[in-house]
Design a protein around this ligand. Structure first.
Ligand code: SF4
Ligand code: SF4
Length: 190
């Protein structure tokens, strides 16, 4: 994984939980990619494939010979595989590692809300369209949207107590197991 730091990293006290999503819990340096793949194999292979994606993105971004615009470079990165292909581990071929536990999609038009522009510059339009279900919401996200601030704070503390890797956090969100356990603690109304 890249050792580059995420310059956008903020302390938990400065992050507005009501403006955040469980997909990127920057308070805990935790990212979820549970919906960015199919039939994930295992942590080691998934992380290895994300690392390969990251190498590909950096190679294309830093190539100054081809004179492509930022959006064209991102399209070139995205189009190195067909839109229905995934990596051998099942993870999406666009998912990229940006340091400090931040794994994110460089095709997302809001990626610079969590990743510094030195690492990647967001496209002018949503380049994920046609490559994944951009409207997808897992059970964790659906519940999160109904939570008050105090409930979100409890959820973050709950996740913190688990000491998850990005992989574990992603799998627990994808399966719905995590939010089910949290709800069973009666912290939020179903
Ligand atoms: S699985 Fe849920 S929490 Fe994770 S990235 Fe997808 S929508 Fe967000
Ligand atoms: S295109 Fe981006 S958001 Fe969509 S599945 Fe791939 S990494 Fe995730």
């Amino acid at each position: 994984m890249t050792k580059q730091s995420n310059q956008n990293q903020k302390s938990s006290s400065t992050i507005d939980l009501m403006e955040s999503y469980p997909c990127q819990l920057r308070h805990l340096n935790l990212s979820c990619y549970g919906c960015c793949g199919v039939k994930f194999s295992n942590q080691e292979d998934v992380e290895s494939d994300i690392w390969l994606n990251t190498q590909d993105l950096n190679k294309i971004r830093k190539n100054e010979i081809d004179k492509l615009s930022n959006d064209e470079k991102l399209q070139k990165f995205r189009d190195r595989f067909a839109n229905d292909e995934v990596s051998p581990s099942g993870v999406c071929l666009n998912l990229t590692e940006f340091g400090n536990g931040c794994t994110a999609c460089p095709l997302h038009p809001l990626v610079n809300e969590i990743v510094d522009k030195k690492e990647t510059v967001a496209p002018n339009s949503d380049l994920r369209v046609g490559y994944c279900d951009t409207k997808y919401e897992c059970d964790t996200l659906k519940s999160w949207e109904l939570m008050q601030l105090s409930q979100r704070e409890k959820f973050v503390e709950f996740v913190k107590s688990k000491n998850y890797s990005n992989y574990d956090y992603s799998m627990k969100n994808d399966s719905g197991e995590l939010i089910k356990e949290f709800i069973s603690k009666k912290e939020i109304v179903e």
